[in-house]
Write a protein that binds this ligand. Sequence first.
Ligand SMILES: [Zn+2]
Ligand SMILES: [Zn+2]
Length: 278
Amino acid sequence: MGEIDLHLHTTASDGRLTPQDLVKLAAELGLRVIAITDHDTTDGVRPAQAAAARFANLRLIPGVEMSVDIAEAEVHLLGYWVDLDNREFQQLLAWSRDGRVNRAHRILEKLAELGLPVEWERVRELAGDGAVGRPHIAQAMVEKGYVADIREAFDLYLGRGRPAYVERERLTPEQGIRSILAVGGLPVLAHPADIAGLEELLPGWVAAGLVGMEVYYAGYTPDIVGRLQGLADQHGLIATGGTDYHGFGTPDEALPGSVDVPREVVDQLIKRRFRLAS
Ligand SMILES: [Zn+2]
Ligand SMILES: [Zn+2]
């Protein structure tokens, strides 16, 4: 049984245990260092911190697990010690949570910044049962009297290269890495074993500021761990790990701490954190 688990979920995202119950379980299991890493939210961190304060031997690292996109696939980035109070970062997470409509929302945000507010509800009405798209936003802009017609809305604001244009619906890994760094966090690649083309993709992510990669993870065989360890060494990445515990309660679920993570990993992360901050 290990004493470190740097990848845990709570009811703040899709975990089944409240932050309080998760912390209690971790303490009962004898863990010394845990990180709360919910999907695209940090809402579980503060309640977990309050609960962890009651256990003298338990250290809690605030974290998040961000979803980002590569071609045809989703990649997860862990961010340790992100600033929970940064408004822009929280807005980014909120946007990320709402994947289906995020592009339209971002366009509306840009329009608002340009002094052209458009109500989301009206855009949704105009879209009816279909997916919200730029034509509906353009139509709402016409109704507001901002533009003469839909074509003008595209020409002046919504078209590619125009001030309210939004390129993609999700962050790229590079954008995710930079956004974590921008709020004082350490970006770490989550469960990388299944990422197609990992070897080719890693150099770009390292250049963007990736500092670590999960090497120890529930279900990873010694072969997989060896391969990932080699890649981490090659790129100077800290080899981190955790169980990705969700509290599903299934018989094969790895309990917190059941993946062995070397103690020095936490020291390496702390050192890197202070090096980045100075
Ligand atoms: Zn994940
Ligand atoms: Zn996870």
